[in-house]
Write a protein that binds this ligand. Structure first.
Ligand code: F6P
Length: 324
């Protein structure tokens, strides 16, 4: 893309640890290649309200280790309207921004795809979400850190679970995807995971609990994905059938989105940021940067957001075998 003089960069949707590392890489790789950078605060909301600030290399100093996003983030209903997108486009023109790098998840890329088509505007996406629910990339920025936060919390809860001989249902995030619940369960040595991709009826769960909690173990941990009522709903049903269970629920909540990014997420974010600029320089547009077997790939927005990302169902059997 020979006309690339200035890019805009924003973070949007739920924050994820490593977004700052991505912002740093995008900013510095762009400047390294002679491209001006403008940071758009508060995602699409700031694009519409015109919160746009030129960034130099110093603006992204000392942020690689910080969780959250220094340029803030938001979920923006106005960008879902034609009128909102028109204002956004006018602001991009006013600011002489030739292309956008958007760091976010499903909602961010859905908005980007519509906008890019409507205005024939070049956009490259960087996957930043703890949910790991984008198709075409093995991992998203923030997922590894969130997994580490989950296992740290579960390790602590396990101390109480085993001391008091309790059964804990621990609810984790992931929206409609079970990656955090399933891999969190494997990594923390939990007995089971309840995930949206593979339906586990309360009866099946009872069976699992009877086999573990009742048979050979005094305590038990089940990770439950937040979708479909989450851990509270399951606990209610289980308590009705088994008032004898010493059952407790912990909802981990937003603790999973915070904290300093892991080494893996910092490296991934830096590679993604550099790849986003490379893509724009190569004239690519409307693609998400991804990683596949440790190689950078470019995935069209359509593919990244449309189809459900496959979760390896073998992992559930591995979890079951490893937790007897
Ligand atoms: O997409 C990231 C995520 O943390 C999901 O796991 C969760 O469902 C959602 O965002 C929560 O969003 P909010 O912080 O806006 O309530």
């Amino acid at each position: 893309m020979s006309q690339l003089k200035c890019i805009g960069v924003l973070t949007s949707g739920g924050d994820a640890p490593g977004m700052n590392a991505a912002l740093r890489a995008v900013t510095r790789c762009a400047i390294y290649n002679g491209i001006e950078v403008k940071a758009i605060y508060r995602g699409y909301k700031g694009l519409i309200s015109g919160e746009i600030i030129p960034f130099k290399t110093q603006n992204v100093s000392n942020i690689i280790q910080q969780g959250g996003t220094i340029i803030k983030t938001a979920r923006c209903a106005e960008f879902a309207t034609k009128e909102g997108r028109q204002i956004a486009y006018d602001n991009l023109k006013k600011e002489n921004i030739d292309a956008l790098v958007v760091i976010g998840g499903n909602g961010t890329f859905t908005g980007a795809r519509i906008f890019a088509q409507e205005y024939n505007f070049p956009i490259v996406g960087v996957p930043g979400t703890i949910d790991n629910d984008l198709n075409g990339t093995d991992s998203t920025i923030g997922y590894d850190t969130a997994l580490n936060t989950i296992i740290d919390a579960v390790d602590k809860i396990r101390d109480t679970a085993s001391s008091h001989e309790r059964l804990f249902l621990i609810e984790v995030m992931g929206r409609d995807a079970g990656f955090l619940a399933l891999n969190g369960a494997i990594a923390s040595g939990a007995e089971a995971a309840v995930i949206p991709e593979i339906k586990t009826g309360v009866n099946q769960l009872e069976q699992l609990i009877q086999n573990g909690f009742r048979k050979s173990k005094n305590s038990s941990i089940v990770l439950v994905s937040e979708s479909e009522g989450g851990a509270m709903a399951i606990a209610e049903k289980l308590r009705k059938e088994h008032p004898e269970y010493n059952l407790h629920v912990t909802v981990l909540g937003h603790i999973q989105r915070g904290g300093s990014p892991s080494a893996y997420d910092r490296i991934l974010a830096t590679r993604f940021g550099a790849a986003a600029i490379e893509a724009l320089l190569d004239g690519q547009r409307n693609v998400m940067v991804g990683i596949d077997n440790d190689e950078i790939v470019y995935v069209p927005f359509n593919k990244a957001i449309k189809s459900e990302k496959k979760l390896d169902s073998n992992l559930l059997s591995i979890l079951a075998m490893a937790s007897i």
